[in-house]
Write a protein that binds this ligand. Structure first.
Ligand code: 4AD
Ligand code: MG
Length: 459
């Protein structure tokens, strides 16, 4: 893939330091035999007092640079030799095609300029042995040094995949004429239950960090009819698991004149579009972390079956899993259920008692609500929660009272029904969970730059 990051013709300012040669392009053969100036960081360095082999990396790839004393002269060779791991450099030289070099090219160096040195008494702490001990980025040491760990190959790859996932979500909704819409982060009431609310002191009062954009989106539903967002949501999750963060990225949508099946069609649509986009944009990156592309293609190309909660409970009971009808399915159950799934599955029609007040009661059977969770295969579990909303004023008041929830913080929400309520619905997709699943990560922390959980808010 050709990297085109030129800024010529894209602005009136003349750049001072613009970089126009990318290591990825050198490795793909665009500069064979040419004299180039490469800008990047030292990934590895070794050699003798006559010759240095510096592996230079930038955001697009790596290349071995060969610096010989007889070419550089004594003084410049000293500079080259003094550059430690993660020093930033400008290296000039000639691109040589060499089958034996990693990537098929190497740079025969004519000069080296150290731009930002790394001191000998403070070497870069993320060593190869620290990383292999970590096996996937789990150790406290790597989390403490997250700001430096971001530069390593695996983390860079995760961030590139993540960027494509975000891009795919925006393009899916924008291509279908959804309007991007923002809700406040400071809120007065819960959406997803009080146990995971973060309290914030607010000028002598208590307010909360939002758990979901949904209620504020429903207020704008009569104005925009189709709306979406990608924004952080907050949950005071005390337990630390492989799939919970206290601050996570939430892609949510809301659509007027729609029922549970319409909403599910968009949930399936956006997830399949994400998979398709990853195959188009990130094939190389996925292969570099040993992800099986056939799996991603299968998730992109096949419809997602829909099964009812009752059927899932029966399946689990037949597998001797301890579950009673009426319980929400926690991760231990989802894991068992999804281990044998070949594509994501929707679970629909949960018992009313397992879900918050905003879910619409099924008019055909009052024990259930018209909702859905989308469960990802390979044991990853829930990535989407959504459904049809309780949309008549009478029903919403009844559900709020039944739950024992105070009406006052939700008055704005009730008003949405008082003035021209219509059937509508929506969902929330955990973007970090999707990144974790599609990259095959062991832990959700691996796919977000600075993960937040109950124990960690630094760096
Ligand atoms: O199922 P949830 O709680 O649903 C809602 O918040 C609805 N109000 C969304 C809506 O209908 N607009 O959360 C939606 C999704 C989950 O399926 C999960 O993927 C993700 O958000 N999620 C988390 N991701 C990471 N860490 C956490 N602590 C998460 N909690 C939920
Ligand atoms: Mg949920």
């Amino acid at each position: 893939m050709k990297i085109d990051r030129g800024i010529e013709g894209r602005g009136t300012l003349r750049p001072d330091m613009a970089k126009d040669i990318w290591i990825g392009n050198v490795q793909s053969g665009m500069h064979d035999g040419a004299q180039v100036e490469l800008k990047g960081w030292v990934k590895r360095t070794r050699g003798s007092n006559r010759i240095r082999f510096i592996v230079l990396r930038d955001s697009t790839g790596t290349i071995q640079c060969v610096a010989k004393k007889e070419e550089l002269g004594d003084e410049n060779f000293e500079q080259a030799a003094s550059a430690l791991i993660e020093a930033s450099l400008i290296v000039k030289g000639t691109v040589n095609v060499d089958e034996r070099a990693p990537g098929g090219h190497e740079l025969v160096v004519s000069s080296v300029e150290v731009v930002g040195a790394v001191r000998e008494d403070a070497p870069f702490p993320i060593t190869e042995s620290a990383m292999s001990a970590a096996d996937g980025g789990e150790t406290e040491f790597l989390l403490d040094n997250r700001h430096l760990y971001l530069r390593t190959g695996r983390m860079t790859t995760m961030l590139q995949i993540r960027s494509s996932v975000f891009g795919a979500i925006h393009s899916y909704f924008r291509d279908l004429d959804f309007v991007e819409y923002q809700a406040p982060c400071f809120v007065a009431g819960a959406v997803e239950g009080g146990s995971t609310l973060f309290e914030v002191p607010y000028f002598g009062r208590k307010v909360y960090l939002t758990q979901s954009w949904q209620l504020y989106a429903e207020a704008a539903m009569p104005a925009l009819e189709r709306l979406y967002t990608v924004a952080p949501s907050f949950r005071a999750e005390k337990s630390r698991t492989r799939r919970h963060l206290t601050e996570f990225w939430h892609a949510e949508m809301e659509i007027a004149w729609a029922g549970n099946n319409d909403v599910m069609a968009h949930g399936e649509g956006v997830v399949r579009h994400i998979c398709k986009t990853l195959l188009e944009e990130r094939e190389e990156e996925l292969l570099s972390i040993d992800r099986d592309l056939d799996l991603i293609a299968r998730y992109a190309d096949n419809p997602y079956p829909r099964i009812r909660y009752d059927e899932a409970v029966e399946t689990l009971q037949a597998m001797n899993v301890d579950i009673e009808w009426g319980q929400d399915l926690d991760y231990s159950k989802e894991k068992v259920l999804t281990a044998d799934f070949d594509v994501p599955h929707f679970l629909t029609h949960y018992p009313k008692m397992a879900k918050p007040f905003y879910h619409r009661v099924d008019p055909d059977d009052e024990k259930y609500v018209l909702c859905h969770d989308l469960l990802a295969p390979e044991g990853y579990g829930e990535i989407i929660g959504g459904g049809e909303r309780t949309w008549s004023e009478k029903e919403i008041l009844q559900r709020i009272d039944e739950e024992g929830t105070p009406r006052e913080p939700y008055q704005f929400y009730i008003d949405t029904r008082t003035y021209g309520g219509v059937p509508h619905g929506g969902f929330g997709l955990g973007v970090d969970r999707v990144c974790s699943w599609l990259s095959g990560a062991d832990h959700i922390r691996e796919v977000i730059p600075f993960p937040r959980d109950s124990r960690r808010v630094t760096p």
